[in-house]
Ligand binder design. Sequence first.
Ligand code: CTP
Ligand code: CA
Length: 229
Amino acid sequence: AVETTFDASLRGVNVLVSAGGTREPIDAVRFIGNRSSGRMGFAVAEQAQRRGANVTVVAANVSLPRATGIEYVDVVTAAELADACAARFDACDVLIMAAAVADYRPEAAHGGKLKKDQTGEELNLRLVRTTDVLSSLADRRRPGQTIVGFAAEHGDGALAYGRGKLERKHLDAVVVNDVSGAGIGFDAADNEVWIVTAEGEHHVPKTSKDAVAAAILDAVLNHSSSNDT
Ligand code: CTP
Ligand code: CA
């Protein structure tokens, strides 16, 4: 007989996950984007569903297969992602912000397609800051909500930057990955992370994004049970 195990550790818990990477329009056909595929966020969402959670994913430009039973809300820009997450935040128990959100967007998108004979030898784009979705949601959290951020860092000091984000954004956990490593991070099947909480950090050596997702949810559960005591 096939042995099936059912982990119901997140039964009835409402989990909101953001995934993918935002795109900020330059004109009708071009955008400023990033290399996030959405794989890490989708893996977290599917893992949470397997543990019995009610899962909503705010997906920014993700072209991956979708799981039955998960609600997906598609967005394109950082502003759309902010609105979609804000509208669903109060109803969630756990927010996991895996999306790569643009820090800057073109101040104004050109309505049509920019043509070289209009723009000439140089094209200067003026970029303005987007709002930090994670910080603004963490600032209006209610007691009992668990908030997990990601920090994609490059090279030396990755862990210190991650710890800084934990404190500055008032998060329960930050998942730090050093995207300078080969075969991990952006668009890769595997990842290697440090899960940083107020209690310390937990290293997850290079493994599948599914296994990393499981480790993240384990950390979330530990955190909420330590809140209870
Ligand atoms: N984030 C967000 N809204 C933004 C930018 C980032 O919600 N406008 C979230 C990301 O989804 C991630 C966390 O903040 O969970 C950290 O993102 P990251 O880019 O690593 O950090 P920043 O605070 O943007 O700092 P920097 O890019 O300068 O390192
Ligand atoms: Ca950023």
